[in-house]
Ligand binder design. Structure first.
Ligand SMILES: Cc1ncc(COP(=O)(O)O)c(C=O)c1O
Length: 394
């Protein structure tokens, strides 16, 4: 057998730990609170629209940058909600999920050696995205418990080599919702250093406690230097459909579309038709979605606190970051393996969201995009959990 070698790029990052936890969970028949996908049905009208599109033979390639009705719906909704004008023909590109939208954007705007500012902890894809696009990441810490950043640290991360900053609000894994003031600080630096904001807003509708989602594209002077990334995945509970998009300044759209075309040609045509129906739901749908997730959040917070986890209460998205240092395990990976094998609950080791050696070793992330029964079953299983030394009654 010839000994074949992969590329240097591919050796610089590991397999996704989140998806590995899902596989381990299947092996051990656990309750999967690791990978963020709902275990309840998607809305009927969205599913019906997809079936109808297939029956109507919308089964061939859509226009590579996205079917016109979907691009129009994306532009219309962004303008309606945030007052930012968007021209679908010049600014919207439909991709295979926010995942491809982020990769296509990074490949379209980054030259090898360009620096990209990333807040840490970060959604795990941003590391490999940076490596694959040749970017040099500059990390800025979000400090627990509120996941705030020090404006001086952020300012120090910008140089004349900085090409872009990656934002994610509401944030995975922390549940942080960036405030208008924080976004103003970021925007001022982007303007000063002529930097592009790439903003992943996939959890925009999953938001609690009266927090407001502010797209950085709506901050003064930012609409012409922001690529906003979003997707059907989380808002309409269809993570398997792989339909996402970018809204970019017209000057960047051509580059994003070229990369997107040669990566994937396009997203599934019938599911784009269903996306048009999804984007036309009344605002009550989004209010109900957020309210249902708030109830699930409160349920999982209660479970985890009773089971001796220290929780960081999220204000958006559908994850809870926890501190596990009290359990006395060597690190997060050892604890996550114990939890899935011996207790039957899968969660994600914190180190997936941090650079090597940074704060992740004491953390574990749980998701709550699950039915009540699933969360209740996780609770029952966690009765087996070793009680941390500090909580034991001697
Ligand atoms: C912050 C963030 N961005 C992107 C994605 C992936 O989105 P998509 O399913 O649209 O590719 C996820 C999925 O968990 C996520 O948490």
């Amino acid at each position: 057998m010839p000994k074949l070698k992969g590329s240097k790029k591919a050796t610089q990052f590991t397999e996704s730990v989140i998806r590995e936890m899902t596989r381990l969970n299947q092996l051990h028949g656990g309750v999967n609170l690791s990978q963020g996908f709902p275990d309840f049905p998607a809305p009927s009208m969205v599913k019906d629209a997809a079936c109808a599109a297939i029956q109507a033979d919308v089964n061939q390639y859509a226009v590579t940058w996205g079917a016109a009705p979907l691009r129009e719906a994306i532009a219309r909704e962004f303008t309606r909600r945030f007052g930012v004008a968007v021209t679908p023909d010049e600014q919207v590109t439909v991709c295979c999920g926010a995942t491809e939208a982020m990769m296509a954007t990074m490949m379209a705007v980054i030259d090898p050696g360009d620096e990209v500012v990333i807040f840490e902890p970060f959604y795990e894809n941003y590391g490999p995205d940076a490596i694959l696009s040749g970017a040099t990441p500059r990390y800025v810490t979000l400090h627990e418990p509120d996941w705030t950043f020090d404006p001086d640290d952020l300012a120090a991360a910008f140089t004349d080599r900085t090409k872009a900053i990656i934002l994610n609000t509401p944030n995975n894994p922390t549940g942080k919702v960036f405030t208008r003031q924080e976004l103003g600080t970021i925007a001022a630096l982007c303007r000063k250093w002529d930097v592009i904001a790439i903003s992943d807003e996939i959890y925009e509708h999953i938001i609690y406690d009266g927090c407001e989602h502010v797209p950085i594209a709506s901050v003064d002077g930012m609409s012409d230097r922001t690529v906003t990334i979003n997707s059907l995945s989380k808002t309409y509970s269809v993570t398997g459909w792989r339909v996402g998009w970018t809204i970019s300044p017209a000057s960047l759209t051509g580059a994003i579309r070229k990369v997107h075309d040669f990566l994937t040609v396009g997203a599934a045509a019938p599911l784009q038709e269903a996306g048009v129906v999804a984007l036309a739901v009344p605002d009550s749908y989004y209010a109900d979605l957020a309210a249902a997730y708030r109830r699930r959040r409160d349920m999982l917070l209660d479970i985890l606190e009773r089971r001796h986890f220290t929780c960081y209460k999220p204000h958006g998205a559908y994850y809870i970051m926890t501190d596990i240092s009290g359990f006395g395990f060597r690190d997060d990976v050892e604890f996550a393996r114990y939890l899935v094998k011996d207790v039957g609950v899968a969660a994600v080791p914190g180190s997936s969201f941090y650079r090597e050696g940074a704060g992740g070793r004491t953390k574990l992330r749980f998701c709550f995009c699950k039915r009540n029964e699933t969360l209740a079953e996780a609770d029952r299983r966690m009765a087996k959990l070793v009680i941390p030394a500090a909580a034991r009654v001697h």
